[in-house]
Write a protein that binds this ligand. Structure first.
Ligand code: GLN
Length: 288
């Protein structure tokens, strides 16, 4: 390395310049994107970046910023460019092997907190844990242990990393399993939670380029998008306590059908909760 290190202000300008044409075409604010990338890679909040424009940026961090910007220019979601996502106020490592945690999914965790607040020694199953965002958040906010399963070994590696990052690695066990296939039969849970793939293949053309960079096995469901709900609702009964809960995240316009699936599978007290966009996002019920 030769010459002096660049300052935060210079790096910010350089990133913004690289992003300008691309973002203008996409009607995005290039300065804002540059600030998000720089602040996330430097582990600072945005105000800190602006207040510290004169500080030097280490060579390693500078290279990470340039790499992140070029990934963004190749239509990657911002979270994959910086390897960071936020969920329930917690930080998560994310990459192309996992679905990016969504704010909508926080509703599911909030429902669990509401149901189980104050209870001790709970045991939950998180099916299709992906980044581990649901499992980790449950451990942070409730007195519980979680069994987190996923069909993808690479996703489980990411989830393990996130459990460590958030200091809950002792509360979560990870098993590679296609739904219930490899879950020991003798286990009994207070709740089974899942945000399964629920987009039907017909909807592929409606999705943003960046969403399509997320793992397709985490996004798409067979048939009409309801396949996983039927399968999980049916098998979950064997693993739930009598008063245990099933808690699903559902797609836009799937609420009524998922309620019907739960009713047909024999669940009681079926309820729903809306997300910030007023969409029925979480459906939950008691085993009964
Ligand atoms: N459980 C993870 C999440 O909610 C991953 C879900 C998935 O891959 N479908 O973000």
């Amino acid at each position: 390395m030769s010459g002096r290190l660049k300052t935060i202000g210079e790096v910010l300008n350089e990133a913004a310049l690289m992003l300008r044409d691309y973002c203008e075409k996409k009607k995005e604010d290039y300065k804002k994107i540059a600030l998000m990338i720089v602040s996330q890679i430097l582990d600072m909040d945005k105000t800190e970046v602006i207040l510290n424009k004169g500080l030097p940026v280490g060579q390693g961090k500078y290279e990470k910023i340039v790499n992140a910007v070029s990934k963004y220019l190749h239509d990657n979601p911002l979270q994959y460019c910086t390897n960071k996502a936020f969920f329930m106020g917690l930080e998560f490592y994310v990459d192309e092997n996992v679905l990016i945690p969504r704010f909508d999914t926080e509703v599911l965790v909030e429902v669990a907190i509401e149901i189980f607040k104050g209870k001790k020694n709970l045991y939950f199953l998180d099916i299709g844990t992906g980044s581990g965002c649901i499992a980790v958040a449950l451990c942070k906010f409730l007195d519980c242990r979680v069994l987190a399963v996923d069909i993808s070994e690479r996703a489980l590696d990411v989830a393990r990393k996130n459990a460590k990052l958030n200091g809950v690695e002792n509360k979560i066990s990870f098993i590679r399993s296609n739904l219930f296939e490899d879950i020991p039969k003798n286990l009994e849970f207070d709740a089974i939670l899942s945000n399964p793939p629920y987009i039907s293949k017909n909807e592929i053309f409606e999705l943003d380029q960046r969403v399509l960079k997320e793992p397709h096995i985490a996004l798409f469901s067979k048939e009409d998008g309801l396949w996983f709900f039927k399968e999980i609702a049916n098998k979950a009964k064997l693993y739930l306590k009598d008063d245990g809960y099933i808690i699903f995240e559902v797609g836009f316009s799937q609420a009524e059908e998922v309620k019907r699936i739960l009713e047909q599978s024999g669940y009681k007290n079926i309820k729903s909760r809306k997300d910030l966009n007023n969409i029925e996002r979480c459906i939950f019920a008691i085993n009964g």
